[in-house]
Design a protein around this ligand. Structure first.
Ligand code: RB5
Length: 157
């Protein structure tokens, strides 16, 4: 599935990077819905993590982008929503592989960790890659089993 419509969210640390990434993607023709803060006032990252995750899980958008100081807190928040597979990364290789092997539906990174050019590379790699399915689906199904049942049958074998 090619991602065309995206949601983006951030906390107070990442307002500038969010705006630059949003403009970059809009120039490339993506529709980007901003649900993050636009203010430098302290803002709790779970709010943006949840909002973007909810939109992705509900199918309102094809995928999501999350940015906080490290990318960690906001991705942990997003990953608590059922059906979300959010990767935090600081380089494009993991972003690409996370689409191809893990079928991630949200990418996160840290405005205090990487610069804007690396952020653009990550977003390009992530959006440009396709999920490969096949053998990877078995593992994705296991992740879903853990999420839905708090149990994994294969771990009992
Ligand atoms: C905010 O100070 C910072 O904790 C946040 O941006 C993020 O890095 C959390 O994971």
């Amino acid at each position: 599935m090619a991602f065309k419509k995206l949601a983006i969210g951030n906390d107070h640390v990442a307002v500038d990077m969010k705006n630059e990434i949003m403009a970059y993607l809009q120039e490339k023709g993506y529709e980007v819905i901003n649900v993050g803060t636009d203010s430098p006032e302290r803002f709790n990252y779970p709010v943006s993590g949840y909002k973007v995750a909810r939109m992705v899980a509900d199918g309102e958008v094809d995928g999501g982008i999350l940015i906080c100081g490290t990318g960690v807190g906001i991705s942990l928040s997003a990953n608590k929503v059922q059906g979300i597979r959010c990767v935090t990364c600081s380089e494009p290789y993991s972003a690409r592989l996370s689409r191809q092997h893990n079928n991630t539906n949200i990418v996160a990174f840290g405005a205090r960790v990487i610069g804007i050019e690396t952020a653009k590379d990550i977003v390009d790699a992530w959006l440009g890659a396709e999920y490969e399915g096949g053998r990877h689906q078995v593992r994705i199904d296991m992740i879903a089993e853990i999420e839905q049942t708090q149990h994994l049958a294969a771990a009992e074998e």
